[in-house]
Design a protein around this ligand. Structure first.
Ligand code: AMP
Length: 458
């Protein structure tokens, strides 16, 4: 996934080149080779790229390079020392970062901030802070002192701006990561507000899985004649991820198929995706009872619990994470060998993000999707979106019952129309409290975005 171009040829500041080398990145990935020179040249850019393609460094490196240049031209006054124990002096000036990266989820923000910290390790005078909801304000405010780059979720950033604890007028570059997910989560108004607060900036970079019309409308609102870089898109095949589909008769058949895969000797760590928060809790409990080191992760949990569980996953203390789509982006754990779709995603594009949790950093991965026949239309939607079929296969002893042949076409008298379900009872309408029902992650159907309510992002 790399190119023939070298990082040196991109003209990045020496400490950044050293950091890249220390991370073991030998050559820029295609998105880096395209986006870094474009961003360095100036102007606004929209970039579409595949998950796991190295896009984080594709925006962090040019942003950090420009912060280096600014530091050279205007050496910053002595950096205030980070306050200990989350204490901020009463007379401290509000934080005034020069670059802001916006992420849709707290997990993604924390991952991006961790990547940024790795990249500024050898740089003097560059400090990175993370601003996400669900975490105590005190430590975040202390970290913000003297931070030049802030990685944030929109809700908490706006809260701090409204309290005048952060000023956004000095922001030179604004990056919107995963813009499509931002819109899914109802952050359009927050983005507009942040756009207004960072009015002095000279550059906006927007990364998105697609350039769908809604993304183009957002770009028209917050960017100035952006250039477009269309790299590998969601439709490109993940060559290093083997994708398999198993048809299941019902929930217990799905559980048996899941159990089969969780016993696969090649499985190092797995993320098992469910459709709802309730399903994630229930399935994690069931797996624990059957002896699997599994925990749940979803947006209704306190952020501290989410963080701890992710850290345990990173450090190999848990083998199986049962998660909603809150984990579909931003988790970068190379030892995740398997992604299992126990519940199908709400949106076809989330399938691509989910399976992108495996096969990272050049490794190979396995993506298994379990679907009931009644979900055939959802599988078709995924296949249409990715423009590739998912090969169905069976496991000896766990074969599905062949689907009944289609009933003969409704033989209606003129003017009479068949009922929606062909008269058959629908056993599968989920609702809260029923298996398959409960609350899906993310999509806010009603009302506007909710800030920092704990259950959602912000
Ligand atoms: P991302 O798409 O930014 O989430 O990156 C996916 C993975 O690729 C992360 O583990 C990065 O550390 C890794 N990565 C990013 N750039 C490079 C590179 N130039 N060479 C090798 N690995 C990279």
């Amino acid at each position: 996934m790399t190119t023939t171009l070298s990082f040196e040829a991109l003209g990045l500041a020496a400490p950044l080149l050293q950091a890249v080398q220390a991370l073991g990145f030998e050559k820029p990935t295609p998105v880096q080779a395209e986006a870094i020179p474009a961003a360095l040249q100036g102007g606004d850019w929209m970039v579409s790229s595949q998950t796991g393609s190295g896009k984080t460094a594709a925006f962090l490196l040019p942003v950090l390079h420009s912060l280096h240049l600014e530091n050279e031209q205007n050496p910053p006054a002595r950096l205030p020392r980070p306050a200990k124990g989350g204490w901020v002096p009463r007379n401290a000036a509000p934080a005034a970062p020069r670059a802001v990266v916006l992420c849709p989820t707290r997990e993604l923000a924390q991952q991006v901030a961790a990547d940024a910290i790795d990249l500024v390790r050898g740089s003097r005078g560059l400090r990175v802070a993370t601003v996400v909801g669900g975490m105590p304000f005190g430590k975040q405010l202390a970290d913000l002192q003297g931070a030049s780059l802030v990685v944030a979720t929109p809700g908490r950033l706006l809260d701090l701006a409204e309290r005048k604890q952060i000023l956004l007028d000095a922001v030179q570059v604004l990056v919107v990561d995963e813009a499509d997910r931002m819109l899914d989560l109802g952050f359009a108004e927050d983005l507009e507000a942040i756009h207004t607060l960072c009015a002095q900036r000279r550059q906006t970079l927007m990364f998105s899985a697609t350039f769908a019309p809604r993304i183009m409308r957002l770009a028209a609102q917050v960017m100035r004649e952006p250039g477009r870089l269309e790299l590998a898109t969601a439709q490109d095949k993940h060559v290093n991820i083997s994708q398999t589909l198993h048809w299941a008769d019902n929930l217990s058949h799905k559980r048996a198929l899941l159990d089969h895969w969780l016993r696969d000797v090649a499985l190092e760590q797995a993320v098992v995706f469910t459709s709802t928060q309730a399903d994630a809790d229930m399935l994690a409990d069931t797996l624990q009872q059957t002896g699997h080191a599994a925990v749940a992760l979803h947006g209704a949990m306190p952020q501290s619990v989410r963080n701890r569980r992710l850290q345990n996953l990173r450090e190999g203390r848990i083998r199986i994470l049962v998660a909603t789509d809150v984990a579909a982006r931003g988790i970068d754990v190379p030892s995740i060998s398997h992604v299992i779709n126990f519940g199908l995603p709400m949106k076809a594009e989330d399938y691509v993000h989910r399976i992108g949790r495996t096969g990272r950093a050049g490794r190979s991965g396995t993506a298994i999707t379990l679907a009931e026949h009644r979900e055939r239309h959802k599988i078709r939607a995924i296949e249409q979106f990715t423009r590739q079929p998912i090969a169905a296969s069976t496991i000896a002893g766990l074969e599905p019952t062949p689907p009944k042949p289609r009933e003969p076409k409704f033989n209606a008298r003129p003017g009479q129309r068949p009922g929606r379900d062909g008269g058959r009872p629908n056993h599968h309408r989920g609702g809260p409290g029923r298996p398959g029902g409960g609350r899906p992650e993310g999509g806010r159907k009603f009302g506007g975005p909710r800030r920092d309510a704990g259950a959602q992002e912000g």
